[in-house]
Structure formats: structure tokens, C-alpha cells
Design a protein around this ligand. Structure first.
Ligand SMILES: [Zn+2]
Length: 88
């Protein structure tokens, strides 16, 4: 297993599902192409809502907009901290 065939290596390098399993580990199945989960964990065809649907919305904390906003704030904070370090 030190030098697997190229095809096998490609399979091993493919994105994994990573969903939490009942045994406490993470799912090691291959993620469906274009999705982040395997076919058993919500990556299957026709799984999930259409883009922009609000069917399961409760507070909006996990909408892509809210997540993007938090990321921007985090990035800005990181930049600011970096700047502050150079000013000392
Ligand atoms: Zn999975």
C-alpha cells in the first residue's frame, strides 16, 4: 500500500463525506461530485431544497448571506490584528 496504482490514489484523494456517524467517527465515503456529502448523508440527487428556499428557516443564522458576513468580519478582524502587531 506504499505505492498504490494511480487510479487508487485518485480515489483516496477524492473529497470525503465527513458526516458524523453513530459510532462517533466521521463518514469516510466519497462525497458526491459537486456536493460535500456522500449519497447516504444528503448528497444524493434531488436531495436538499432548491437554492434560496426558506422552508426550514428559523432565525437565519446559517443562511449563506449570514455565513459570508461572519467570514468577512472574521477576515477583517484578522487583518486588523496583523496590523496591530506591526504597530507595536
Ligand atoms: Zn457520508
Amino acid at each position: 500500500m506504499s505505492n498504490p496504482a494511480p487510479k487508487t490514489r485518485q480515489l483516496l484523494m477524492s473529497p470525503r463525506c465527513g458526516a458524523k456517524t453513530r459510532s462517533g467517527g466521521s463518514c469516510r465515503s466519497a462525497a458526491v461530485r459537486g456536493k460535500s456529502r456522500c449519497r447516504m448523508h444528503g448528497g444524493g440527487r434531488g436531495s436538499g431544497g432548491q437554492k434560496g428556499n426558506r422552508n426550514a428557516r428559523r432565525h437565519g443564522l446559517f443562511t449563506s448571506d449570514a455565513i459570508a458576513e461572519r467570514r468577512q468580519i472574521r477576515d477583517l478582524l484578522g487583518e486588523t490584528r496583523k496590523l496591530m502587531r506591526t504597530m507595536r
